[in-house]
Design a protein around this ligand. Structure first.
Ligand code: NAD
Ligand code: 6OD
Length: 504
């Protein structure tokens, strides 16, 4: 393996310097690895080449896992919880100190508006380390005293120990946020990690390696390998026999493939998967709030949020007004470059994803939808012609069994359908194989409790969206996930519970 002395891959090439290389981060150093293949990272906004990314070979993944194993047994494993927590606070501070670099890198890779990433992605990247560093220090375990025949008794107490080397596979929609959402608790619990970020968004994982070194995280605790899924870094990592657990965020179908890989060696998995999330808008809601929240839940991050709304059910008396106002909101969105403060909607992540989203736009027309607004490719200025732009889109009139209403699209679009009774609304919302999130808009407190209790979802928002205390459980029901991360709930995956029985 060739280890370069490159201090870091510059995520935002300065004007005139051209695209950079993004390397793996193994055992505390950026490295090109042994893999002979590279791939291009292109801007979704204008198609320009951002960087050339090295693709990990099986040997590179093996080197990363070995480094993680050595660090687990070595310095990281020997530290006290307090020492590890103090270092993770420094990691969070390092992200905050280099906020602008992270922001530029994330916006370049994803095309998302700076206004969004500066409020959500980067602050949460830092918070994900602090919250779990603080949390693990306050977790109690159980203790039972028991009687024994000799009358002297015994004490049983449970102890949480790190699970080991954790494979982290993350998606492209909120790259730093979702990757650190796993790395934070994994490291706080004393594990070491090998991260395989999405091939679409490699840069902030590489930059985080720099921050880890600056914060004093020992080499080998945090490793990154780049590449794709099948027959590439993703598969090499999930099939590696020395990885103790795999935490994955991404599509449900990918989760199935990873679960098969994890079956060999009976490794634990934690999955945050896809969704087809409903919003229920009752006539007794505050319509201003419902419109504002639904606008965000449908169009934020160009609809590429797993928790986003793609199915809106509106009680008939307010249906026409709701559709009219949502249409006005969608048509008021400003598509543009991430750095333009006026931009409220960026592009989709790639041309490939745009083709998928546009295939649903075509399918909606074929299935007889009324296109309230959008439905195609927007006219963009000459310098953005090669970007992955789509129009924000609203449909009505589709049948409940249309693929557009049943399948996750992951684009800036939704179908709006009227309902007449609360019972009908709940049945429609639950008519999906997914169970990630739901939103309920009502001013009736009893109804809010009643409906939230019946919805089959990991999180139900009432009169809000994307609002969440990070100490709460996060995950999906049905095909939207396995397990819960967040708060103490993540400890079920990131630690092993050991019982110690002491005969007195
Ligand atoms: P994806 O499943 O295509 O890819 C996610 C990651 O898995 C990438 O790093 C990819 O390279 C890797 N991968 C793909 N095939 C693999 C394989 N066979 N073995 C190992 N790794 C493999 O998902 P995506 O397109 O990056 O993200 C969008 C999807 O993620 C949507 O379905 C969305 O709902 C879901 N998502 C869910 C949550 C959640 O919290 N539930 C959050 C964000 C995104
Ligand atoms: O907020 C989070 O912790 C989280 N996991 C959000 C997921 C968003 C999906 O795109």
């Amino acid at each position: 393996m060739t280890t370069t002395t490159l201090s870091r891959p510059d995520p935002a090439p300065a004007a005139g310097t051209g695209p950079k290389r993004v390397l793996h981060f193994i055992d505390g150093a950026h490295t090109a690895g042994t893999g002979e293949r590279t791939f291009e990272n292109r801007s979704p906004a204008d198609g320009a080449l951002i960087s050339t990314v090295h693709e990990a070979s099986r040997a590179d993944v093996d080197a990363a896992v070995k480094a993680a194993r050595a660090a687990l047994k070595g310095p990281w494993g020997r530290m006290t919880m307090e020492e590890r927590a103090a270092i993770l606070h420094k990691v969070a501070d390092g992200i905050t100190r280099r906020f602008d670099e992270f922001l530029a890198a994330e916006c370049l890779d994803t095309g998302k508006p700076r206004s969004l990433a500066s409020h959500i992605d980067i602050p949460r990247g830092a918070a994900n380390f602090k919250i779990f560093a603080d949390l693990v220090k306050n977790v109690a375990t159980e203790c039972f005293e028991m009687a024994t025949p000799d009358g002297k008794g015994a004490i049983n107490y449970a102890k949480r120990v790190p699970k080991g080397v954790i494979g982290v596979i993350s998606p492209w929609n909120l790259p730093l946020l979702l990757m650190t959402w796993k790395v934070g608790p994994a490291l706080a619990c004393g594990n070491t990690v090998v991260v395989k970020p999405s091939e679409e968004t490699p840069t902030t994982t590489a930059l985080l390696g720099e921050v880890m070194n600056e914060a004093g995280v020992p080499p080998g605790v945090y490793n990154v390998v780049h590449g794709f899924g099948p027959n590439s870094a993703g598969e090499f990592l999930t099939t590696h026999p020395d990885v103790d657990g795999i935490t994955f965020t991404g599509e449900t179908r990918t989760g199935e493939a990873i679960m098969k890989a994890a079956a060999t060696g009976v490794r634990a998995v934690s999955f945050e998967l896809g969704g087809k999330n409903p919003a229920l808008v009752f006539a007794d809601c505050d319509l201003d709030k419902a419109i504002e929240g639904t606008m965000r839940s449908v169009f934020a991050n160009c609809g590429q949020v797993c928790l986003g709304t793609e199915r809106v059910y509106v009680e008939r008396p307010v249906f026409d007004e709701f559709v009219r106002r949502l249409k006005a909101g969608a048509e008021g969105l400003r598509l543009g470059r991430p750095e333009d403060p006026e931009t409220s909607l960026g592009p989709l992540i790639s041309q490939e994803h745009r083709s998928k989203v546009l295939s649903y736009y075509a399918r909606a027309a074929l299935d007889g939808a009324t296109v309230v607004t959008g439905g195609g490719i927007p006219a963009m200025p000459a310098d953005l012609q090669d970007g992955a732009w789509v129009q924000p889109t609203i449909w009505t009139g589709l049948s409940d069994d249309s693929a557009v209403v049943r399948e996750e699209i992951f684009g800036p679009c939704c179908h709006v359908r009227p309902f007449d009774t609360e019972e009908e609304a709940v049945a429609l919302a639950n008519d999906t194989p997914y169970g990630l999130a739901a939103a309920v808009w009502t001013e009736n407190l009893a109804r809010a409790h009643r409906v939230a209790g019946q919805l089959e979802a990991g999180i139900v928002w009432v009169n809000s969206w994307f609002l969440r205390d990070l100490r709460t459980p996060f995950g999906g029901a049905k095909q939207s996930g396995i397990g819960r991360e967040g708060g103490v709930h993540g400890l079920e995956f990131y630690t092993e519970l050991k019982n110690v029985c002491i005969k007195l």
